[in-house]
Design a protein around this ligand. Structure first.
Ligand code: PNS
Length: 164
């Protein structure tokens, strides 16, 4: 039973994340999408909302589970007996960050392994930060997030803007 782990803040879950999860699920028996609970990036969406968005976007893909996690990724990796972590790669800057994180994780747990899946060309410019930046000014995010969550993402971001 090959388990891959796809961790992230997913604030919010993008079409890019969805595509990576869909492709990663084909490469393993069980894909655990692990939503980081206490991200130091001060997420806009609550942990429960981020889990719920991921579940909605990934429903219908066999072998995928969504969980919440906190603490070290390697501890979860070890606990689940994972074979690899999967992350999407949009470009060079992602590569530098991923290589650094992988080096730390490998130092903590030498059996740790990482699979980087290159993003599809039409998704290279999609990031959670871009989605939030476009949505806060009322821009169209329908090409960046799953249709099932577009309204939720848009309204939460506008509500938050109105409050601040
Ligand atoms: O979507 P993100 O914010 O780029 O995901 C980053 C994530 C969740 C993969 C990373 O922050 C993480 O693994 N956090 C858990 C804490 C940890 O293990 N840190 C040591 C590795 S640098």
């Amino acid at each position: 039973m090959k388990t891959f782990l796809f961790p992230g803040s997913f604030d919010p879950f993008s079409l890019g994340h969805q595509d990576i999860a869909r492709r990663a699920a084909r490469l393993c028996d069980r894909l655990i999408v692990a939503v980081l609970k206490n991200s130091d990036k001060a997420p806009v969406f609550t942990a429960d909302e981020r889990v719920s968005m991921a579940k909605t976007c990934l429903s219908g893909i066999d072998g995928v589970e969504v969980i919440l996690f906190e603490g070290l990724l390697v501890d979860l990796y070890r606990k689940l007996g994972a074979s690899a972590v999967v992350r999407g790669l949009r470009g060079e800057s992602d590569f530098r960050i991923e290589a650094e994180m992988a080096a730390v994780n490998k130092l903590l747990f030498p059996e740790y392994d990482l699979i980087l899946l290159p993003c599809n060309a039409d998704m290279v410019f999609i990031s959670s930060s871009t989605i939030k930046e476009v949505a806060v000014f009322g821009g169209d995010i329908s090409k960046m997030v799953n249709p099932e969550i577009v309204d939720f993402v848009q309204s939460k971001i506008l509500e938050r803007k109105a409050r601040n």
